[in-house]
Design a protein around this ligand. Sequence first.
Ligand SMILES: [Zn+2]
Length: 212
Amino acid sequence: MIVMKVCPKCGRTSDEVEFIGQFCVKCYKPDLEVPTMIKINIGKTTGKLYFKSKWVKNNDSNLKRILSSYIKGDFEDIDYDWKGKVLTIFVKVGKKIVPFKRHVIVRFKPILEPNVAKLHSGYYEGIIQIRGKPSKVKWWVRKISNVLSGYNIGISNTKELKEGIDLYITDKNKVCKVLKMLGLKYLRTKKLYGVKDGRRVYRDTFLVRVGV
Ligand SMILES: [Zn+2]
């Protein structure tokens, strides 16, 4: 004899709908925590996604990984319907995989990648001062700028002065290497700028004379 079950929540019976335990499939609540809104940071210049302190490619599998990371509980797989804004979570119930749907809004928040953000904020760790004949200075500024960008060093500001041109650079660590590679001699001076996390922070000036 088959015992007919009655859902304690909606009153439907097991000959009408499927049952999971004592509840019907519609009233059964899996042990899941799903936010109603998920914000994903997207790089303004690269279109990459920011996930676990890293920039990752903007593709379906990474989107799935990011969305999955917001769900608490055990589940097998997910699927997001971008048009209907419905997140389907596939949960193993007994021996069956049962889909559960949740209304979730996914928003992309455009942010500037750190390097770009540094450039926009005028951040700099050092200054390359290029001095010499104006025509030579201009030629070397172009040359140095090209090589710096190859090393991912940004120029957040350029100042044209009577005595030459100053390049404000976002990363001072590879500057010596770049200048040496270009066969340029330089004079490096350090200036205490402040203290960060208990460490003294210096801004370095690299004085380069060209055409001598
Ligand atoms: Zn029910």
